[in-house]
Design a protein around this ligand. Sequence first.
Ligand code: GLU
Length: 419
Amino acid sequence: MTLYAGPVFEMARQQFHIIADHLDIPLDERERLLLPKRAICVSCPIHMDDGRTAVFQGFRVQHHLTLGPAKGGTRFAPGVDLGEVAALAVWMSWKCALAELPYGGGKGGVAVDPSALSLRELENLSRRYMQEMIPFVGPRIDVMAPDMGTNEQVMAWFMDTYSMYQGVTVPEIVTGKPVGSGGTLGRREATGHGVAFLAVRALDRLQIDPTNASAIIQGFGNVGSHAALGLAARGVRVTGISDHMIALYDPRGLDAGAAAAHVARHGSLKGFADAAEVGPREFLALPCDVLAPCAIERVIDAEIAALLQCRVLAEGANGPTTPDADEVLAQRNREIFVVPDILCNAGGVIVSYFEWVQDLQQYFWSREEVMDRLERALERSWNKVVERAERDGISGRMAAMAIGVERVRAAKLSRGLFP
Ligand code: GLU
């Protein structure tokens, strides 16, 4: 048993052992690859608006540092715990390695409902969390980014707090910052854009014309909303969208741009459009060409996997599909083409890498340059995964993870053990 007990870490562990068996990795090498290098737990006391002091638990896990700094988002959500953050850090490692980025995986989180905080309380918490992390992070040690419940503003507060302690502006300490504070053009929409790009790549492979295809998107935060916009821009009809409050379905199509504007104004999809409201599980099993889960982990279990009616499962979220569901999908592999999370949502961290490079060089690129490099990077990863899956007769997820794990393993083996 490890420190990281819990269902999400258990899922990352199970997936890893499936790959390790496939790659014949000796047992004595496995813990070195799977167990996180460092885990930091902090208490963040802050002043609340009513004069009380509240304390929030914060975490950061650096899975490995073999290929460069740890890299990954920071999540603000009520249920965050060490096991979940560790699993997400492990997935970041395989994701960065698959995309050939010079990073290990990292992830952080604070157990808090950010929607229950005022703006000032959110700033206090963001600054205090970064301040507690200062001894453990750095542009060459660990580089944070947004994740669920955090955004460009939170990254600006992280960057400012770190910079004030250093006495100089250090934009390269976080990515996903506002463009005016050293962020890059294209980062905000990068993850969703990548999901749409790869979903259409998968439709092409199945010889489905995108302009005759429909898509259902679960989650309408940064990833889901930009995936919906990206799919709509490629001619795909968006027939279902959902968030934590409501799931909407209209086979005639929903206006993704108007939905994004509604959410910006009202904070949720509630009250948007004259579409049928459906239950959250039923929503995932509606007929469509592309189903893109873009919310949280473990939403597609074995029961839902058996009911899915999509042709492409484009995983915008991290870990949306459980290993039990994978077994069901393996049996349905001629019916459903899975674009696995570490490939499908890699657009975010790829453009984060571009942001870090631009900050280090203090030389900024045009939006076209960013998007062009992003699409070329995704295309390379897509080709590697498809070729590997065909060569070894394995699923796309196994192929993607095998490539990621192999790269980390090769780096660890060639560097050897110190001392
Ligand atoms: N949080 C995002 C992810 O899960 C982005 C990480 C990053 O940009 O570093 O991939």
